[in-house]
Design a protein around this ligand. Structure first.
Ligand SMILES: [Zn+2]
Ligand SMILES: [Zn+2]
Length: 361
């Protein structure tokens, strides 16, 4: 068990006043608002605990007599544990830190399909909380600083002796004056009214990787609101929605589209050009191309979000039957029909027919 006199750095016959002074000096140095290092916080707890024991004449006498620690020493099933079990007291000892983590924020960004294919950098504006520049998050007017709370002497807790079935016990409650922080702000910063942060509009460069899907949520850690009293930032979440494109669709990493091919081109084959996100691309129609056939342009799809390379552009062929023929054209077709007498209209198995071709698309 820690020797409370050593912890406070006072002799065993130190006066009440000396103990109080020693505590105040250490608290000013170790308080979580001043010194956020974990070791400092541990020491602060020890120091506060030592002060709790030695500042009360009864508990000091008990401690002097046999090292009996009335609050339960480090390790073992201490008094504090029993107390919490019986009375449901908030087990927290020592002041709480004023600095709090900021809130997470959520924004929506709408992208075009083209932006999805290649990725995009966007500058966006968010309404958020940023650190107060006047006080740098300290909450205090420049030139002033936090002061130890006079009521709880920096512990953030007020102790009261009450009688209970365990005998006299000490209950602790958050100090009302400092709201449990152990420190008060004598002169709050005027710009943030002692909050350490202000509302502001902030612009942010958002790099959206290629290949994101509609409905995806990106997490940007530390880009949310700054916390109270210089606490760490929350995270920013970006919900991505993708606008529908008039011509192109998307299936996984592939892009899809449909081209209409005049009957004679479908019969004889030919070359055509279509506009893609990569510019004009040549498409080859094979002789005898059917409705539902898929022509694949390799690597003209969406950049893969995970992995490298791009998907393909899948072009579905739709053969257009001419509906307005003049008499000369009709005569030619009639001649062709006579020459291909063996062709006839018949039922086909669906797996080889139109719908199968369409499903593949
Ligand atoms: Zn301020
Ligand atoms: Zn207080």
């Amino acid at each position: 068990m820690a020797d409370h006199y050593e912890v406070l750095g006072v002799s065993r016959d130190a006066s009440e006043d000396q103990i109080k002074k020693a505590y105040r000096r250490l608290a000013r140095e170790l308080h979580p608002d001043v010194n956020p290092a974990p070791e400092a916080q541990e020491r602060f707890k020890l120091v506060t605990h030592a002060y709790e024991v030695l500042s009360d004449a009864n508990s000091r006498r008990q401690f002097d007599m046999g090292g009996q620690d009335p609050f339960g020493g480090a390790g073992g099933f201490g008094f504090g544990d029993i107390f919490d079990t019986f009375f449901g007291g908030g087990g927290q000892r020592g002041p709480k830190s004023r600095a709090e983590r900021g809130q997470d924020a959520l924004i929506r960004v709408e992208l075009t399909l083209q932006e999805v294919v290649f990725g995009v950098a966007k500058e966006i504006e968010i309404d958020t909380a940023v650190i107060c520049e006047t006080c740098s998050g300290s909450c205090c007017r420049p030139g002033t600083s936090m002061a130890l709370c006079d009521i709880c002497h920096g512990t953030g807790q007020i102790q009261r002796q009450v009688r209970s079935l365990l005998g006299n016990v000490v209950t602790s409650q958050p100090c009302g004056t400092c709201r449990g922080y152990g420190q008060v702000i004598p002169e709050p910063c005027l710009d943030c009214r002692g909050q350490g942060r202000v509302r502001a509009r902030r612009s942010l460069d958002l790099n959206i990787p290629a290949g994101v899907e509609d409905g995806l949520r990106l997490q940007l850690s530390g880009q949310g609101e700054v916390g109270f009293a210089g606490g760490p930032n929350g995270d920013l979440y970006v919900d991505v929605t993708v606008k529908e494109h008039d011509v192109f669709g998307r299936q996984g990493d592939d892009l899809t589209c449909v081209i209409s091919v005049p009957m004679h081109d479908a019969i004889l084959g030919g070359l055509t050009k279509i506009d893609t996100f990569d510019g004009a691309a040549q498409v080859e129609i094979e002789p005898g191309q059917q409705t539902g056939d898929i022509i694949t342009l390799k690597g003209k799809g969406v950049q893969r979000l995970r992995g490298s390379g791009r998907g393909d552009l899948k072009i579905r062929v739709q053969v257009v039957t001419p509906s307005k023929l003049d008499s000369k054209q009709r005569e030619l077709i009639r001649k062709l029909a006579t020459m291909r007498k063996s062709d006839s209209i018949k039922l086909v198995q669906q797996s080889h027919g139109f719908f199968a071709g369409r499903r593949k698309h």
